[in-house]
Design a protein around this ligand. Sequence first.
Ligand code: MG
Length: 450
Amino acid sequence: MDRRTFLGTAAKSLAAASVSFTHLARADSARARRRPNIILILADDLGYGDLSCFGHPTLHTPHLDRMAAEGMKLTQFYSAAPVCTPSRAALLTGRLPIRSGMYGDRRGVLFPDSVGGLPDSEVTIADALRAAGYATACVGKWHLGHRPQYLPTRHGFDEYFGIPYSNDMKPCPLLDGESPIEEPAVQTTLTRRYTERAVQFIERSRRRPFFLYFAHTFPHVPLHRSTEFAGTSLRGLYGDVVRELDWSVGQIRATLTRLGLHRDTLVLFTSDNGPWLTQNQQGGCAGLLRGGKGSTWEGGLREPTLAVWPGTIPPGRVAMDLGTTLDVFPTCAELAGVPVPSDRVMDGVSLVPVLTAFRPGSRDTVFYYSGSELRAVRHGSWKAHYVTHSGYRDDREVHDPPLLFHLDVDPGERYDVAKEHPAILDRIAAVAALHRAAAEVAPSQLDLPA
Ligand code: MG
């Protein structure tokens, strides 16, 4: 079944499906029949320790903190890769980057001279939801291929407004749909303009279910913020930038409330990878976690994650269940009552049980990839680290026997306990071997010769 066939099947099965969720039984039946709007807000290079609700002492993020208080904080939620392009591909397809080819062993992300992108055969969340009648929009950074055939408008989004790759790459045009409207994009007003566009989309789409993928450009360096946010944080320029992102989240949520959509909308907030530590004060902070962007230490992939949906997600809850961005697709599919593609390996599980807090999550394993290399595996509370690398220095180290960390006791990966627990290492090795044996690695889109 190719992408087109999937979309046709999805539309038909939706018509036949009676959308009912046991967790919604508590809500009134009219609401239970209504498919929720879904807003996915992604920060770029925001660290695990960069929000006040995740413990930052001088960076105050009141809107995100309120989102945590009115919704759920997920403390063990991971991206599927420690850098932009593979992480975003995994988020939107629900598949590990090795399966879609959106990884690179020579180049970690797509560059302006890259010729590859997200293959047409991949089915995105937007494809699946649009086939089910959702209005879909992508606002912000794409980074899954800037050539026309790879743009958001070719991957299930009705509309697009944003920059096609990272803001430190040139020429960095601002696109509206598929047309450049500004080059280079004026970055100081980008967060504000993204927010305005996102609010307009919500207003225009309020009478039908919608999916908004709002992928901020910041706090990826170079850092820029509107003049109103200059000096608003004790944390310096980085803090001012995050304050504006926080403001943006407040704007989105205020719009939902104003339109009476807040009880019909799931808002999920996370980041694509950990903080860019080599940027020193201009980079973020992973809090108590070790490492950052580019590495498979926890700081590279564990993200500050929040979910809010008044009336469905209980307020003020902290979920320690394992979750990953791979799980977002199956979650959205379950909420919208559409099937996930059945002709391919999907790496996610639905987070609906976790979000509604009635059942524990079903994920028990996290695979930490860098390019096509499986560097670490978390199984339950334990993480075996086979290959460590800062991501930037020439310090790649192969560990045999692997390092072993108990992440519940030692989330900062400080105490290697491999010697005391050989049986656990064996068990994780078996999980890794099973995964490797079944994993077909697609040709890299990122390493294609420019
Ligand atoms: Mg990033």
